[in-house]
Design a protein around this ligand. Structure first.
Ligand SMILES: CCCCCCCC/C=C\CCCCCCCCCCCCCCCC(=O)SCCNC(=O)CCNC(=O)[C@H](O)C(C)(C)COP(=O)(O)OP(=O)(O)OC[C@H]1O[C@@H](n2cnc3c(N)ncnc32)[C@H](O)[C@@H]1OP(=O)(O)O
Ligand SMILES: Cc1cc2nc3c(=O)[nH]c(=O)nc-3n(C[C@H](O)[C@H](O)[C@H](O)COP(=O)(O)OP(=O)(O)OC[C@H]3O[C@@H](n4cnc5c(N)ncnc54)[C@H](O)[C@@H]3O)c2cc1C
Length: 701
């Protein structure tokens, strides 16, 4: 590169940096630029932070849930961020074998910390979150152990849980097969009782019966809870869970009759490829009778089936637990993407420069705000609905332990519906954040591509999101059909006021009129009730209800979404009725709550108008109010994302750095790419030079 080239580069570069007031010392070094390190320690977002109209430390506590929760999470975040063993920036560049080995190393290190530091279960959960690497341990702790806890007898729990909790065995959750995932009753793996030997024979009769997808199965697990058709006396008795050992506890080799391996690479680099999702086949593998999880049904020594008082739906109980954790995780993934996009939007400037003055920060464009701020508000909304769902789940768990199963259907509907709603929105939201960051959002170093790749299967695993919404629809249709004689409770209590919700129309007359929790909740209740009742009326026209349900399923899904959005909006509003200390904290959260609700109202105004609850004028007033609310969010945007208290390690993003020192770090990172190790690329002499040197007489292009 000649001198003019260097000078062009330096000029361009310092232009890019103009609004960070950097005193860069640029000097030619090979073909790159060496950035003097004295720029570190400067906070390029400090002006933004000064704009905050609320107490950030208090907001951190409101986000965490309590001071104790904040301190605990903060301690774990720092523990991980300061431990070089948890470095993750090279992850997208590793080959699969290296990647998995690296994950096994991190899991071992994480487990050592848990043991050495005597971490509590809550601390371990935060540790896992901040390590930020899907691993077999997720399924061991998140599904294998809960399956035994929920579906095992006291004796079985006594035998298996200590082994699992000390990690002397490693387990996974082997339900899905090559041929069936959503339709659990369609699973083909068989568990046939042999009264001669008092054993079950586990068998994979067809190719499609091969277990396919279970995380941790591919390479790590020694055991699995395997879901299979129970066959006793030649008769099928439904699908049940069985604890099956797969690998030797000495040398980890597959046991006789067990074929097991990894299903191969998945979407994206790094991302979910740290997980060994597996394939498993059984060839008449025998297990003792007492390894069938027998809380729901028991098979006696004589081959009799005994049903306990526990409903058979409890076999699906582990999924209720995990769906609840997935809702909590949605707010984490969305807030992480929003934190990156918000900080970068304040650093990034485009257009609007007058007389050589600074250009406009892209966060000041109203279009940027109308895309970004609803995502920010949704992150908070999901955080609070996740907190409520955790409470609901804990309550159900305590009731189940006392053999009270009355709230299980509602817990199922809420976990299924909210899992679907929050994961679909979060997956789309992460991609929107990537676009909000322009071209740089597409760089791996923005953190967004890997976050997206790792997150999107959440729309599929633990129940496909459409299949789950259809479960909610069944619950709603049942609630509507019982209205004449059964008082709806819990999240469907509003249906008890169905007559007035069908008749009364919205009373809002001004844009300010929308700043009223009662008006907002009534709008969402009326829309949800009207959509559910309309579906009920349509269904009544069919002689065969199942045929009607199938025919109307797209409308039923929309009614379910309306119901789930009502839950999120109401739980946000209920949260604001609590005491939330700290200057300006509650007021700022109120603004976000209205942004969330009015954004949904605007986005789904077709529903509100079609059900006749709103007039076009009222819908338009809601949109006017939304614009005003965005202006109220703007000064608080940076501090609202600071309140998530994410370390730079956890964010894993140059664009989202706390200090906003984006450009020098992007520049530096580019030069660290292995492709830049040499000036002349590998393969140049074989494949490029011959083209450059060829002497074609004619070119036909
Ligand atoms: C490197 C890191 C190191 C870290 C080291 C640190 C160590 C860490 C230590 C500690 C950390 C702790 C970590 C915890 C982490 C947890 C995170 C977990 C992450 C998990 C990742 C997720 C992986 C994904 C796993 C899976 O995908 S498993 C497979 C999931 N499969 C499905 O979801 C299938 C979906 N299908 C169904 O659910 C059903 O088949 C169906 C759709 C419901 C239909 O079923 P069926 O045909 O039987 O039904 P219906 O006739 O429609 O219904 C019958 C009645 O049953 C009711 N019902 C249905 N489901 C349920 C239910 N779940 N509960 C209750 N009731 C249910 C239904 O309503 C009907 O009722 P009725 O009254 O109308 O008759
Ligand atoms: C990363 C990842 C990890 C996983 N981990 C595990 C694990 O640890 N253990 C485990 O057992 N499984 C695991 N799974 C499997 C997962 O639970 C299933 O893939 C999931 O339940 C969806 O089932 P499916 O693949 O059969 O989808 P399908 O049901 O085949 O879905 C295909 C399409 O059909 C539609 N569809 C299906 N049924 C209906 C219906 N009744 N009405 C309308 N539309 C319908 C769906 O909406 C979807 O669009 C994992 C999957 C992934 C991607």
């Amino acid at each position: 590169m000649g001198l003019s080239g260097i000078s062009l580069l330096t000029t361009t570069y310092s232009l890019i940096l103009q609004h960070q007031s950097l005193l860069l010392c640029l000097r030619a070094k090979g073909f790159g630029l060496d950035l003097k390190k004295d720029m570190e320690g400067v906070d390029y977002l400090s002006d933004e932070r000064k704009k905050a109209q609320f107490d950030v430390e208090a907001m951190k506590i409101a986000w965490a849930g309590s001071l104790e929760a904040f301190q605990l999470s903060d301690r774990m975040a720092k523990l991980v961020a300061n431990d070089p063993a948890f470095e993750k920036f090279t992850r997208p560049m590793l080959g699969r074998k290296e990647l998995i080995k690296n994950t096994l190393r991190k899991a071992a290190h994480g487990w050592k910390l848990i043991v050495d530091l005597r971490l509590t279960e809550e601390e371990a959960k935060w540790l896992r979150l901040y390590i930020d690497e899907p691993a077999y341990t997720d399924l061991h702790w998140g599904m294998f152990i809960p399956a035994i806890e929920g579906q095992g007898t006291e004796e079985q729990k006594k035998k298996w849980l200590p082994l699992a909790k000390k990690m002397q065995i490693i387990g996974c959750y082997a339900q899905t097969e090559l041929g069936h995932g959503s339709n659990v009753q369609g699973l083909e793996t068989t568990a046939t009782f042999d009264p001669q030997t008092d054993e079950f024979i586990m068998h994979s009769p067809t190719l499609t019966s091969s277990k396919w997808w279970p995380g941790g199965l591919g390479k790590a697990s020694t055991h699995a809870v395997v879901y299979a058709r129970l066959i006793v006396g030649g008769e099928f008795h439904g699908v049940h869970g069985f604890i099956v050992q797969l690998r030797s506890l000495d040398d980890h080799s597959p046991l006789p009759g067990v074929t097991v391996g990894d299903i191969g690479m998945k979407f994206g680099n790094g991302a979910y490829n740290t997980m060994d999702n597996g394939v498993l086949r059984f060839d008449h593998v025998r297990i003792p009778r007492d390894q069938m999880l027998m809380r729901v049904s028991q098979v006696t020594r004589e081959g009799k089936i005994m049903q306990s008082d526990v409903p058979r739906q409890l076999i699906y109980g582990t999924m209720v637990y995990v769906r609840q954790t997935i809702v909590a995780d949605a707010s984490k993934a969305l807030s992480r993407a929003v934190c990156i996009a918000t900080r970068y939007s304040a650093i990034r400037r485009q257009f609007g420069s007058r007389n050589g003055g600074p250009e406009t920060q892209v966060i000041d464009y109203k279009t940027q705000q109308s895309r970004l701020f609803p995502l920010l508000a949704s992150a908070y909304a999901f955080r609070f609905v996740g907190e409520w769902l955790k409470w609901l789940y804990t309550d159900v768990k305590e009731r189940l332990a006392a053999n009270d199963f009355s709230t299980l259907p509602e817990a199922h509907a809420c976990t299924a519906g909210l899992k679907s709603l929050t994961t679909s929105f979060t997956a789309d939201g992460i991609e929107e954040c990537r676009k909000l960051c322009g071209g740089h959002g597409y760089l791996v170093s923005s953190g967004l591509p890997e976050l997206f790749a790792v997150y999107i299967p959440a729309c599929t695993y633990e129940g496909d999101n459409v299949v789950l919404l259809l479960q909610v629809a069944r619950f709603l249709v049942k609630t509507v059909s019982e209205l004449g004689y059964k008082k709806p409770v819990g999240t469907t209590a509003y249906m008890g006021r169905v007559a007035s919700l069908m008749q009364n129309n919205c009373a809002v007359q001004t844009a300010e009129g929308w700043l009223n929790p009662g008006a907002v909740v009534e709008a969402f209740e009326s829309r949800a009730a009207r959509m559910a009742v309309r579906c009920g009326q349509q269904l009544a026209k069919y002689e065969n209800p199942e045929e009607g349900f199938a025919e109307l399923s797209a409308d039923l899904v929309e009614a379910s979404i309306a119901h789930c959005q009502l839950i999120v909006v109401s739980k946000f509003i209920e949260k604001l009725q609590q005491d939330i200390p700290g200057k300006g904290v509650k007021q700022t959260l109120e603004v976000l709550c209205y942004v969330y609700a009015l954004f949904l109202l605007h986005k789904h105004q077709g529903d509100f108008l079609a059900t006749g609850y709103l007039t076009p004028k009222q819908a338009s007033l809601a949109n006017d109010q939304l614009r005003t609310l965005y202006s109220k969010v703007r000064p608080n945007a940076i501090t609202l994302v600071d309140s998530f208290n994410y370390t730079d390690h956890y964010l894993g993003s140059i664009l989202g750095r706390y200090d906003g020192n984006v450009y020098p770090k992007l520049y530096e990172a580019a030069w660290k790419d292995p492709l830049n190790d040499s000036d002349v690329v590998d393969g140049f002499y074989e494949y490029v030079q011959p083209i450059l040197k060829q002497k074609l007489r004619t070119a036909k292009l």
